[in-house]
Design a protein around this ligand. Sequence first.
Ligand SMILES: Cc1ncc(C[n+]2csc(CCOP(=O)(O)OP(=O)(O)O)c2C)c(N)n1
Length: 388
Amino acid sequence: MTSTAQATAATDMVQLLTPDGELLSEGEYSPYLAEVDAERLRGFYRDMALTRRFDQEATALQRQGQLALWVPLRGQEAAQIGSGRATEARDYIFPTYREHGVALTRDVDFPQMLRIFRGISNGGWDPRENNFHMYTMVLAAQMPHATGYAMGIQRDQAGWDTERLAAEGTAVVAYFGDGSSSEGETHESMVFAASNQAPVVFFCQNNQWAISVPFEVQSRVPLAQRAAGYGFPGIRVDGNDILAVYAVTRWALEHARRGGGPVLIEAQTYRMSAHTTADDPTKYRTPVDEEPWVLKDPLIRLEKYLRAQGLVDDAFFAQLAVDGDEMAARVRREALAFPAPTLAQSFENVYAEAHPLIREELEFHRRYEAGFADADAMTADQQQGESR
Ligand SMILES: Cc1ncc(C[n+]2csc(CCOP(=O)(O)OP(=O)(O)O)c2C)c(N)n1
């Protein structure tokens, strides 16, 4: 597989499932589809549908004032579920802030993901439990982290032969967007990853927009083509085709694990919703821009294929809708029940160990709070007086 797959020209786009739901079986990455039986195919659809339902619920929670912000992913479900399901539990993932679908594939519980957006935690989940790092709001900051982590893995696995690497080796996936591809840190990470042959897959979701800036402004060439300049394979894949994304990512991870070095994957997709709930896309794009991508919806595409193959019936979708509503109700219930942190807790996770300056600031904060004790007592007296 390795040599032929590597030959894929960065400007070709790998597609295994057409927007009409027709399977193109004779591609160089098709052999990976042998791993995807009917049960897994239904699972892929279920993952995408639940992710979309979660996204819808979180958007509603933000609109109802229960989250400070939400980052919708509608349209990008195939890119995220396909790549996430291609990873092994031992692999390590560095997401941006939009990878809710990848999080599902790593078993991060959906309600936990809302803690940061509710402003009650600096993270929300323990990255060590699922090898799924915390969300990174600073564009491309996760890229050097991912390359550095991959270089660390190389040191841990020093002396392993190719066979052992292929069977037990670990790879890293760094998610990033088309806008983040313009950041210096992305370039530096790729240079270091190439120099070290580090086992890292750079997975770009080219959703065509960096807030209001269209992709054409970020690059004159397909992003996958840039990989040639660094000296590693670059693959352009239809990011709304879950089968192609799965197969290409499986190939890239195997390539990285067995010592072949980094791979850049550019998944062509589209952000169907706003950049965040603070954004209004009607200011910079029209329904005419969006229309072609509505027709390429990743869920509809897989549904067409599943139905044509007789792998699902109406009952499957009806049950999934019920499961989605139940999940959304649990997400809402648990998110609203999270205890609010005290201000003093903000001082807890600044350094791994106690730090004199932080302790001093905490003491100042306590004295400051104590300064309101009289005022609080007065207010309570007044309230009692009014009620008498
Ligand atoms: C270093 C840095 N610069 C600017 C921003 C503001 N910002 C947040 S998201 C964004 C656009 C990112 O676009 P892209 O990388 O394509 O990812 P997408 O949001 O489309 O998933 C910008 C400029 C930031 N968060 N960090």
